[in-house]
Design a protein around this ligand. Structure first.
Ligand code: ADP
Length: 301
């Protein structure tokens, strides 16, 4: 079977997806996006008319035991979470063909599309997003969850442009204080040096990713980006990145925070509480953003 056919979920021809255990059924609507394993569609509950996002994973992609274990872990972690800036998990079920995860729907795409259209965002906008990410991450880390794959494409936006952290596919639980994870099944986008060198990692990998995200939002491209993945990894290991002079001069408080979050030594990176207390995050930021921000910089007169 070609990989395309294997990846494509087989869905009921009448467009109705049934959760046999609860008797609930959902009407399949618009395609919302696709990830490594899943295709995501709008799902409307037939009884309540409430719309969700349905993450659909074909069982053909879950043939190996470790793939099923990973899916189970993603569901168990995501199900346990409840925070304004973490994508809400509604329920999960399966039929003969697929596993379904029913989630809060976010119709304004992700920070990836916003970045593609805008390239850079203004400092107040960056603070707006950083505050919401830090709020969610504080909650996750207090719940002993490390996300491990924070990236623009996993930061969803709802109709009010509120940010929601999504995709717990690489997340893990730190069971005992100080425990270090030695391995990871998958490749994060903003991979931290301690993951590349396999010396053990913990919560600090999320701070590294947050540093990469803030850099990307303000500079317009990721800090270690090159033409080849090997070269990018070599740069990450050498901690080789540069800060444009315009940012260095224009926003020293952001540069100071980025440099601290991108420390090679994970134990030298700030905690979420320290990030929230930083000068950068304590300057002005708006309480909400207009939808026009998705395509245009706000006027500042
Ligand atoms: P995978 O785990 O296979 O990588 P993701 O969870 O990253 O899948 O979802 C893939 C894409 O689907 C996302 O990048 C996003 O564009 C879209 N998507 C995921 N969840 C939602 C949601 N709740 N609301 C709207 N779009 C979503």
């Amino acid at each position: 079977m070609s990989s395309k056919a294997k990846d494509e979920p087989k869905l009921p021809a009448d467009g109705i997806i049934r959760d046999v255990a609860t008797g609930k059924s959902y009407r399949r609507g618009k395609f919302l996006g696709k990830g490594g394993f899943a295709r995501v569609y709008e799902l409307t509950c037939v009884a309540s008319n409430q719309t969700f996002a349905g993450k659909i994973v074909p069982k053909t992609l879950l043939q190996k035991l470790h793939q099923r274990e990973k899916m189970k872990q993603e569901i168990a972690i995501h199900k346990s979470l409840n925070h304004k800036h973490v994508l809400k998990f509604h329920c999960n079920f399966e039929d003969a063909e697929n596993v379904y995860i029913v989630l809060e729907v976010c119709r304004k795409r992700t920070l990836m599309e916003l970045h593609r259209r805008r390239k850079t965002v203004t400092e107040p906008e960056a603070r707006y997003f950083m505050h919401q990410m830090c709020d969610a991450l504080k909650y996750l880390h207090e719940s002993r969850v490390v996300h491990r794959d924070l990236k623009l494409g996993n930061l969803l936006l709802n109709d009010d442009l509120e940010l929601k952290i999504a995709d717990f596919g690489l997340a893990t639980l730190i069971e005992k204080n100080g425990d270090r994870k030695m391995t990871m099944c998958g490749t994060p986008n903003y991979i931290a040096p301690e993951v590349l060198t396999k010396v053990g990692h913990g919560f600090e990998v999320d701070i590294w990713a947050l540093g990469c995200i803030l850099y990307t939002l303000l500079v317009g491209k990721p800090p270690f980006e090159t033409e080849s993945l090997n070269e990018t990894y070599a740069r990450i290991k050498k901690n080789r990145y540069s800060i444009p002079e315009t940012l260095e001069k224009g926003c020293p408080s952001a540069v100071d925070l980025i440099k601290r979050m991108l420390k090679d030594n994970p134990f030298e990176r700030p905690t979420i509480a320290q990030i929230l207390a930083s000068n950068f995050l304590n300057e002005y930021f708006p309480k909400s953003l207009p939808t026009s921000c998705l395509t245009m910089a706000p006027r500042c007169d």
